[in-house]
Design a protein around this ligand. Structure first.
Ligand code: SIN
Length: 292
């Protein structure tokens, strides 16, 4: 062959709905994609908010290598259950070895956007299924672009001027009753932070609601009652079934989501089945408010 460039992989995109979630077929991610293939992947992520690839065979190092295409990887402030040589990759698992869990168990069962309680929340998260139950344990995603766009115009105008306080400690003990409360040192690492209630995605320019009832303690400048009523109403509106994609896992699935325009949550499953996933997170940016 005289051509000096490798042929472009024949990627195909299978949308899960008009607005949220798409499967990308025709690529093996065990080696990072070339620039052209990655541009197509990124474009699909920006279009659908959540993308997934089936049938991948990835070691933790290969997952980290592909994850780095999206940006610099974060090392989570909770440092347990990572690979010793690769702290950027965390293990989620209900499997026990010698009576000790090999990963984080029962995490993220409330709607959230990863690390929203930090000044620079996570950009993109990647989750790779090593083993999973035959049913249950879906990961659900809500479309926060649609949640904003579907509100009446007068309400959109009102919301875009507001700021919300995200607080890791706000409902931590209620969400994780099986875990010890955060230590004062852990709380000090993640003090409450104020973000715009509506953020603009820097790549697409589209506004998205940025709120989750178990992480946002209050809306700045509102009474406690008004604030709680608005937060609860917005999350319920955003997570209506017609704005949600539920990912049904198969071993070898890699799901990638954009935390700037989605919420997600884990769902229950029968604990007799093993569930192990590897996860990476790409470092984010300061959320930007809508200006008009
Ligand atoms: C999470 O990343 O919040 C958990 C997702 C899952 O375990 O399904």
């Amino acid at each position: 062959m005289s051509s000096q460039t490798a042929p472009a992989p024949t990627l195909s995109v299978r949308p899960m709905s008009e607005r949220l979630g798409a499967e990308i077929r025709g690529i093996d991610l065990s080696a990072p994609p070339d620039a052209q293939a990655f541009a197509a992947i990124l474009q699909t992520l920006h279009r659908y908010g959540v993308i997934f690839f089936r049938g991948q065979k990835l070691s933790p190092d290969q997952l980290a290598a592909f994850s780095r295409c999206f940006g610099e990887l974060d090392i989570h402030h909770m440092t347990e259950h990572v690979f010793p040589h690769l702290p950027q990759v965390r293990v989620l698992s209900n499997v026990k070895k010698d009576g000790v869990s090999i990963g984080i168990t029962k995490g993220g069962m409330h709607w959230h956007s990863d690390l929203s309680y930090k000044p620079q929340p996570a950009l993109v998260t990647l989750l790779y299924a090593v083993e999973c139950p035959p049913t249950g344990a879906d990961t659900q995603f809500a479309d926060m672009y649609a949640a904003f766009a579907d509100l009446p115009e007068a309400e959109r105008k009102k919301l875009q001027a507001l700021h919300a306080v995200h607080d890791r400690n706000y409902r931590y003990s209620a969400l994780y009753p099986g875990r010890p409360p955060l230590t004062p040192e852990q709380v000090a690492k993640v003090p409450p932070v104020e973000h715009p209630l509506v953020r603009v995605h820097p790549a697409t320019g589209r506004p998205a609601l940025f709120v989750a009832k178990d992480v946002v303690s209050h809306i700045t400048g509102m009474t406690e009652g008004e604030s709680r009523a608005l937060i609860d109403k917005l999350e319920a509106f955003a997570t209506r079934p017609d704005r949600v994609y539920s990912h049904k896992w198969q071993p070898g699935d890699l799901v990638v989501w954009d935390n700037r325009c989605t919420l997600h949550r884990a769902t229950p499953y029968d604990p007799q089945y093993r569930r192990t996933l590897y996860r990476t997170q790409v470092r984010g940016e300061t959320p930007v408010a809508m200006t008009s």
